[in-house]
Write a protein that binds this ligand. Sequence first.
Ligand code: SAM
Length: 250
Amino acid sequence: MTTTSPTTAPWRATVLTLFPEMFPGPLGLSLAGRALASGIWALDAHDIREYALDRHRSVDDTPAGGGPGMVLRADVLARAIDAVAAPGQPRLLMSPRGAPLTQNLVRELAQGPAPLIVCGRFEGIDQRVIEARHLSEVSIGDYVLSGGEIAAMTVLDACVRLLPGVMGRLSSGEDESFSDGLLEYPQYTRPQEFEGRLIPAVLLSGDHAKIAAWRRSEAEALTKSRRPDLWARRSDEAPAKKGPKNTTDG
Ligand code: SAM
């Protein structure tokens, strides 16, 4: 899916899915799409069904112990993982039971080798392959999707925008929600007046120290009121917010 030669090796992610045609999907557009086209990252989406063991290409079976739905088979998935996993690649399984996806995890993934991401379907996947292939379960939130593909795209989108050269300025990712345990301050742009509402005067003052202080205090107030859990978790030694960020579409 890379269209031009990058000067360095791309951050190459691997996805195992029953619907490879869903990829790159929205990741082929805008910021992530441009980065994909320019070779900053690459994506290999593989069809789990290619690794089926029978002539019907079955990938699932009924749950042991009974119950509704179907379960992805351990033997088929293990075969697929063994065939496509690169050495040293983090292995994720998208799963509502997983550790919540956080900006810290995203940063960690973006800074290391791109992950192999397994997308579940049906009732999920056989527990034995999770253990035997050391898959780390990651959840994108406390709700249930019909499959792991959109969750995998969420992980990839969040990582790709942090890769060097993807956003307009190196510091772009450092001054936004979650970067130091705070939600982002409110943003404004022209026109100066909208339906009687004005841009806060401090933002037009040209006084960068005052602007930074205002943003910091707005970010703290928002975090306290909207996300008391984040506020409580925030460590005292979190680094101070940096200056205003660049304008990008990401
Ligand atoms: N029976 C499973 C349960 O109750 O935990 C839900 C299976 S769900 C219908 C099918 C697949 O969607 C999962 O295996 C997983 O890959 C993906 N999925 C669903 N919700 C998700 C979430 N919140 N985060 C990450 N992946 C999710």
